[in-house]
Design a protein around this ligand. Structure first.
Ligand SMILES: CC(C)(COP(=O)(O)OP(=O)(O)OC[C@H]1O[C@@H](n2cnc3c(N)ncnc32)[C@H](O)[C@@H]1OP(=O)(O)O)[C@@H](O)C(=O)NCCC(=O)NCCS
Length: 181
């Protein structure tokens, strides 16, 4: 068991409608409401259990310690509710080390622009604060809503890669292109 953490971890980013803060163990039920929705998570190769949600939080708490970043809890300012996650994780695809922006939203919160807004803030953080040279999102070709999030934030398909034994589109934005916006 990890040490207990007070409700709501460190706030990392704020946008017009959202706060991104570090996950704490108390977020398990809110996170499981997102990851445990099989229809929402249909592009993932297996379903997620409540124990997976616990491990998801522990893994990200470890990332905060090791890297200083990870997937963060996405909180609606209007209600204080955790309705998703978004953040930056280190990944390796076909031998290339990558900095990935990922996002998951509870299904009743789709269609409001929250993922795009959060991902944009994470991209800005990656380039400005973490001095990233490139950020990516690894997305299954069938996952059109996720592709649209990346495309609204001007990421472009760089190539197709195998990731966790499945073909994914590697959407990317370079520091140079980001600066030219
Ligand atoms: C990927 C995922 C987060 C996208 O959710 P989403 O609600 O479509 O994305 P956003 O929150 O950015 O909302 C964008 C939609 O809201 C609409 N919208 C409404 N108000 C908006 C606003 N103020 N700003 C931007 N978009 C707005 C957009 O038109 C868009 O709809 P469209 O895609 O039909 O054109 C969601 O499908 C999900 O959680 N999937 C399961 C997890 C997953 O697959 N994650 C990605 C792994 S690669």
């Amino acid at each position: 068991m990890a040490a207990s953490v007070p409700l709501g971890g460190r706030v990392v980013l704020e946008t017009g409608r959202l706060v991104l803060r570090e996950f704490a163990r108390d977020d398990v039920e809110a996170l499981f409401a997102i990851l445990g929705d099989e229809e929402a998570m249909k592009y993932y190769p297996r379903k997620f259990t409540r124990e997976d949600a616990v491990q998801w939080i522990d893994r990200n708490m470890q990332r905060y310690r090791d890297d200083g970043y990870g997937l963060w809890a996405l909180v609606l300012k209007s209600t204080g509710e955790v309705v998703g996650d978004c953040g930056i994780t280190r990944q390796v695809a076909e031998g290339e080390p990558l900095m990935e922006i990922g996002y998951h939203l509870r299904r009743d919160q789709w269609g409001k622009g929250y993922a795009t807004e959060a991902a944009r803030a994470c991209m800005d953080y990656a380039f400005r604060t973490l001095a990233a040279g490139k950020i990516v999102s690894l997305i299954r070709a069938e996952n059109l809503p996720s592709r649209r999030v990346a495309e609204r934030n001007r990421l472009k398909v760089e190539r197709e890669v195998m990731f966790h034994d499945l073909p994914h589109l590697l959407y990317a934005m370079t520091r140079e292109n980001y600066g030219q916006a």
